[in-house]
Design a binder for this molecule. Sequence first.
Ligand SMILES: Nc1nc2c(ncn2[C@@H]2O[C@H](COP(=O)(O)OP(=O)(O)OP(=O)(O)O)[C@@H](O)[C@H]2O)c(=O)[nH]1
Ligand SMILES: C[C@H](OP(=O)(O)O)C(=O)O
Length: 220
Amino acid sequence: MLQSIHVIIPFKAREGKTRLSSALKPAERRLFAFAMLRDVLAAVFGQGRTTILSRQEFRAEELGIDVEILQSELELNDALNSLISHQADLDWPADILIVMADLPLLREKEIRGILSCQGDVVLCPGRGGGTNMILIRSPKFRTCYHGLSFPEHMAYARKACLNFSVFESFRAGCDIDEPQDLAEVLLHSDGEAKKALEMMGFSLSESGRSIIERHYQKAI
Ligand SMILES: Nc1nc2c(ncn2[C@@H]2O[C@H](COP(=O)(O)OP(=O)(O)OP(=O)(O)O)[C@@H](O)[C@H]2O)c(=O)[nH]1
Ligand SMILES: C[C@H](OP(=O)(O)O)C(=O)O
C-alpha cells in the first residue's frame, strides 16, 4: 500500500524574496510571493494533507485558497525539524514532502516524479546549491537549509546511513530568487505568478537587449 504524504510548504508572508528588491517594490514582492505560492498549491493539489508553514501570520483571505496554515516564528530548519521530530514521535503516519513556495513552474508531473523515486530521502536540487524539494521517508532525516544546502543534505543522509536519490527537473529546479529568474516565469509558466508579473507591467523583451522588460509600474 502506498504511504500517504504530508506536503509542507515553507513560506514567508513578509520580508521575503529580498533578492528581488532591485526589480520589485516590497508590496510587489509580497503580491508575487503569494502568486507563486498559489501556483505551488495547484501543483501539489490532491497529493495529500498540505500545510503552509508560514514564518509570519497572514489572513487566509489574502491567499484565497482553503488550506491548513501553521505559523511558526522559528527559523526555517528549526521549524521543519520540529515537524519531522513530531512525525517521528507519531510513528511516521505519513511521509513528508517539503516543497518550497517559490517554484511557480512546478506542475503535478514533477510532484509525481519525486514521489516515484526510491530512497529513504529524495532530494531535488535548486540552482546555486539549494534544495527545492525533499521527500522524507525516514524519521532519521533532518533539514539543513540555506547556503549550499543540496550537498549538505546529501552529506547528512550519508552520515545518517540513509539511502538517498536525486530527482532532477528543470521545472522543479527553477526557484525564483533573482531578478533574472523572472524571465523563466514568463517563458515557461501560465499560472498566477506569470499573471502577477504581467499585471505589474513585465513582458518578454522584443529588443533582444534583455529577456524581459517592464513597460510600466502599476501602483498596487
Ligand atoms: N516558514 C519559513 N519559510 C521560509 C523561511 N525562510 C525561507 N522560507 C521560505 O523558503 C523558500 C525558499 O527560501 P528563500 O529562497 O531563501 O526565500 P526568501 O528568504 O524569501 O528569499 P530571500 O529573502 O531573497 O533570501 C521561500 O518560499 C521562503 O518563503 C523561514 O525562516 N521560515
Ligand atoms: C532555502 C534555500 O533557498 P535558496 O536560498 O537556495 O533559494 C535552500 O534551498 O537552501
